[in-house]
Design a binder for this molecule. Structure first.
Ligand code: TGC
Ligand code: FAD
Length: 397
């Protein structure tokens, strides 16, 4: 007779290797213990400040670009990448955003579409954060003020000139942009109308990245606009193997997959905190955990965690064995983000008036989860991706 463990109801742990568990435990320890991630979150949230120590700390532990082979990166599998995202987002979706942009949206495209020289130049400094060459923060610019769900309409252009390219346009809602050293910018090339990626660097003439202030979510992660007014780059700055919007989407596949694990970590934190509260808080002379309505909320939420983690685990294994269909990523991204937002919002009620107090953490997760349900393709856009796969009919336009 096996004892039921409510924290891992369907024994996802039994599906992990020793190495995967060790990576998860390293990430968990960094995120929860000592003076690291959790103790910083409230101050970061209240003051909307980016903590420059965090990415280097993650880099030293091998948590950035972890699936990349070589260049000082850890070379883990995709299941481990998901486990890392889950541990970081257990603390805050904004910290996971910082890390997933760096790993999936900056290091991945350089590794996948970059030249050998670009890989040598950027990957060690984006990933390892431990040598004397310094450290780099990256951002990924796809979304534009007038083109979010429909990036194919992008207006940013790249024009070939003597010695390189001139880039004009603007991007908005770009994570890490105000502090970025390296900008992966997607632009339509005027010579063949195809979208390609370009690597821009902080300080280039005509490049500005002002912050978008006063966000009501993801406040520990900086978000900005990117304005490009005739930014001139050399031929060395195009990602030579990128071609078409599919190259940008391939980065999203990796990030969306990580988010599907991450949001389950955020929901797990909401459940753990509200369960503890329900056991301690008494009304009508009884712990509120003794009321059926409270128990149902907790059980519904934990059920979604168990199912969501199993689904992401399966997608990770298929990704690791080269059997991934990208629609699988849409399914787990959509399901897990939607369920996390819905269930976190429901367990928040358990806190009563304290739901409004930031030191109870759950309200912060709920605010963050609205963004995770929106970025990297909204809940409804992923429904349409899956609807197209089921019916053969595209319903976007
Ligand atoms: P469509 O005609 O369907 O496709 C254009 C080309 O792309 C290929 N493709 C993919 N390739 C790899 N992976 C995928 N998931 C792919 N999806 C499509 C496709 O095969 C085609 O290739 P080719 O060679 O035939 O040209 O494209 P569409 O223009 O109709 O797009 C439809 C739609 C809605 C699916 C797409 O535009 C979409 O996904 N929209 C959502 C936009 C989005 O996700 N933006 C994310 C911005 S980045 C971000 O939010 C970062 S937040 C990070 C953080 O802080 O954590
Ligand atoms: P819109 O596309 O205008 O959508 C508005 C609404 O209309 C949504 O509900 C959508 O589902 C719906 N809708 C749109 N089209 C259809 C349709 N055909 N059928 C039915 N419904 C439809 N982008 C980046 O490139 N890089 C980043 O690092 C990044 N970080 C972000 C960080 C934050 C904090 C936020 C909030 C966003 C970030 N984004 C980033 C942008 C994000 O990807 C977009 O906000 C998202 O893709 C949605 O685009 P939009 O905001 O323009 O909404």
């Amino acid at each position: 007779h096996t004892k039921f463990n409510w924290e891992d109801p369907l024994d996802v742990q039994s599906l992990l290797s020793e190495e995967e568990m060790a990576i998860r435990d390293t990430a968990h320890e960094y995120c929860q213990a000592g003076e690291n991630l959790l103790p910083r979150v409230l101050e970061g949230w209240r003051t909307e400040t980016f903590n420059h120590d965090i990415l280097p700390e993650m880099g030293k532990l091998g948590l950035l670009g972890p699936t990349i082979q070589g260049y000082g990166c850890a070379g883990t599998n995709n299941v481990s990448y998901g486990l890392i995202a889950r541990e970081i987002e257990r603390v805050d979706s904004g910290y996971r955003s910082m890390a997933s942009v760096q790993s999936s949206l900056v290091m991945h495209p350089i590794n996948e579409f970059g030249s050998d020289a670009q890989k040598e130049k950027y990957l060690p400094r984006l990933g390892k954060y431990s040598d004397s060459k310094g450290e780099l923060i990256g951002c990924f610019g796809l979304t534009e003020p007038d083109h979010g769900s429909d990036p194919a309409g992008m207006e940013t252009t790249a024009e070939e000139v003597d010695g390189g390219f001139v880039i004009n346009g603007s991007k908005t809602w770009i994570s890490n942009a105000p502090v970025a050293d390296v900008f992966i910018i997607w632009a339509r090339c005027v010579w063949d109308q195809k979208v390609r990626g370009f690597i821009l660097e902080k300080g280039m003439k005509g490049l500005e990245a002002p912050p978008i202030k006063n966000k009501i979510a993801l406040r520990v992660s900086l978000t900005g606009s990117v304005f490009m007014d005739a930014v001139t780059v050399s031929h060395d700055q195009i990602l030579p193997k990128s071609l078409g919007l599919g190259s940008a989407f391939s980065c999203l596949n990796s990030a969306r997959y990580g988010i599907s694990w991450g949001v389950m970590g955020a929901l797990e934190d909401c459940i753990a905190r509200t369960l503890e509260y329900a056991l301690e808080r008494k009304q009508f002379q009884r712990p509120i955990a003794s009321f059926q309505l409270i128990q149902k909320k907790l059980v519904d939420a934990q059920t979604e965690v168990a199912l969501g983690l199993l689904a992401s685990h399966q997608v990770g294994r298929l990704k690791d064995s080269g059997k991934l269909a990208t629609e699988m990523v849409s399914m787990v991204k959509r399901n897990n983000c939607g369920k996390a937002l819905q269930q976190a919002r429901i367990v928040l009620d358990i806190l009563g008036g304290n739901a409004s107090a930031d030191e109870y953490h759950v309200g912060r997760h709920v605010a963050n989860l609205q963004v995770t349900n929106t970025y990297e393709g909204t809940h409804d856009i992923h429904a349409l991706i899956l609807g197209k796969a089921m019916t053969g009919i595209q319903a976007f336009a």
